[in-house]
Design a protein around this ligand. Structure first.
Ligand SMILES: [Zn+2]
Ligand SMILES: [Zn+2]
Length: 237
């Protein structure tokens, strides 16, 4: 693209954005207060309600613990295929609302925002420095077509923007459509997603250090099956 045309295109985009902001001023995704920039998508007051999880948690499965050095009753005796799991934000009401907007109200920018927010935290974690690829948990092709995008991929892209680690969005595939995990027990969740994930043709994960990204982390059943799908090591806890 010639430089002059590039400048003209940029100028037109800025003018269009300014006009859009005048007619539809950007507002906070949570409280609808007026924002003076479309980035970030929540106001300062609402952003303060996004609480980072700081309670002790299991080094392996990420489940909260009462004391830092107590044994984790959730993963002891289980076989897991990932090295570490970490939930970053408390699933409180504001976060639930943001996830709802992301999944059911076509607000892809919420995913980028959450990914960026998470990236600012994990980029300082020692385990994250070894990651060479970010892979979102895939949706089934039919669900993706219905929604128009994968919410986990939007979070992954926000995370990548912040950490400069590439996203491999098509690395995994979901072989079958599964029912929502929301109302299922721990064992039902595992059964629901068993052998659902596989590696896309032409992708290889040998020796790769992958950060799998999903929108909500509850029991880890989905992430564990994804890790199993990539050939992740089986670890007896
Ligand atoms: Zn707000
Ligand atoms: Zn654990």
């Amino acid at each position: 693209m010639p430089a002059s045309f590039d400048r003209l295109f940029q100028k037109c985009s800025e003018t269009l954005q300014a006009t859009t902001d005048l007619v539809f001023p950007p507002c906070c995704a949570l409280c609808h207060a007026r924002l003076f920039s479309s980035d970030p998508i929540v106001c300062d007051d609402c952003e303060r309600q996004l609480v980072l999880l700081s309670a002790p948690s299991c080094d392996q499965c990420g489940m909260p613990l009462d004391m830092p050095d107590e044994d984790c009753t959730f993963c002891v005796g289980r076989t897991l295929h990932f090295v570490r799991a970490q939930a970053v934000l408390e699933f409180n009401q504001p976060v639930q609302t943001l996830i709802h907007l992301l999944k059911y109200r076509d607000r892809r920018s919420v995913g980028r925002f959450l990914g960026h927010r998470i990236g600012k935290i994990v980029v300082h974690e020692s385990w994250f420095s070894h990651i060479d690829r970010i892979v979102p948990v895939p949706l089934h092709a039919v669900r993706r077509r219905e929604r128009g995008y994968n919410q986990a991929e939007e979070i992954a892209r926000g995370l990548a923007f912040c950490t400069h680690i590439p996203v491999d969005a098509g690395a995994l595939l979901r072989r079958h459509s599964t029912r929502s995990q929301t109302r299922l027990s721990v064992d039902e969740r595992r059964t629901n997603v068993r052998n659902v994930f596989g590696v896309s043709t032409g992708r290889h994960f040998k020796n790769a250090r992958i950060a799998l990204v999903d929108d909500v982390y509850t029991t880890g059943a989905t992430l564990d099956e994804c890790a199993a799908g990539t050939g992740g090591r089986r670890r007896r806890c």
